[in-house]
Write a protein that binds this ligand. Structure first.
Ligand code: GAR
Length: 204
């Protein structure tokens, strides 16, 4: 499996997908190529972004399958057919089962809009605002069987301003994501990330 053959999974707007596709176009994805978009919501804007970028997509509705396992088995077959070596979750709002985790162990990453382990799960930005933290941020991590619990690869912090709303904070978080995620994917695609226990090391 080649690290440079990438599938991006997304459920919604796909602005991170677009940032990754733009980084590839600009030659800034470490030689990585986005070979496929996988979405569980065929009507999501991300599907139109993939079409516009000329990237093939696999659009499957989980409710059309008898179980989550069968839904994921269909995805795994397509990933293997395309020799995908790295799965990049970018706003993919589903937990992954062992059917997908096992064949891709250590090869699935996620981006989350908080400094994990703070504010895992849904609505991380709202959770951070409600808690009243002064610093929050973005985490890129390997995916394991838990909810946002895998080893951290990279984090960036940013300040929460006094007048922030969920919208204003999300906008600044997104801007950080659009820089951080392509940089981490580039490092992985180029084979520069090592894992020592829970500690990920990005080699220069
Ligand atoms: C991103 O902010 C990402 O960090 C978040 O969803 C957003 C997707 O935006 N992911 C999670 O909350 C995962 N728990 P996008 O569709 O515009 O890229």
């Amino acid at each position: 499996m080649q690290w440079s053959r990438i599938a991006v999974f997304a459920s919604g707007q796909g602005s991170n997908f677009a940032a990754l596709a733009e980084a590839e176009r600009a030659g800034q994805l470490g030689g990585g190529r986005i070979e496929l978009l996988v979405s569980d919501r065929p009507e999501a804007p991300v599907a139109r972004r993939a079409e516009a970028a000329g990237i093939p997509s696999l659009l499957l509705r989980p409710k059309d399958f008898a179980s989550r396992e069968l839904y994921e088995a269909g995805i795994v077959a397509e990933l293997q057919r395309r020799n995908i070596g790295l799965i990049v979750l970018a706003g993919y709002m589903r937990l992954i089962s062992p059917v997908l985790l096992e064949p891709y162990a250590g090869r699935i990453i996620n981006i989350h809009p908080s400094l994990l382990p703070a504010f895992a799960g849904k609505d991380a930005i709202g959770q951070a605002l409600d808690y009243g933290v002064k610093l929050t941020g973005v985490t890129v991590h390997f995916v394991d069987g838990g909810m946002d619990t895998g080893p951290v690869i990279a984090q960036r912090s940013l300040a929460v301003e006094a007048g922030d709303t969920a919208e204003s904070l999300a906008e600044r978080i997104h801007r950080v994501e659009y820089e951080l995620y392509p940089a981490v994917v580039a490092a992985l695609a180029a084979g520069k990330v090592e894992l020592d226990g829970r500690r990920a090391i990005i080699r220069a």
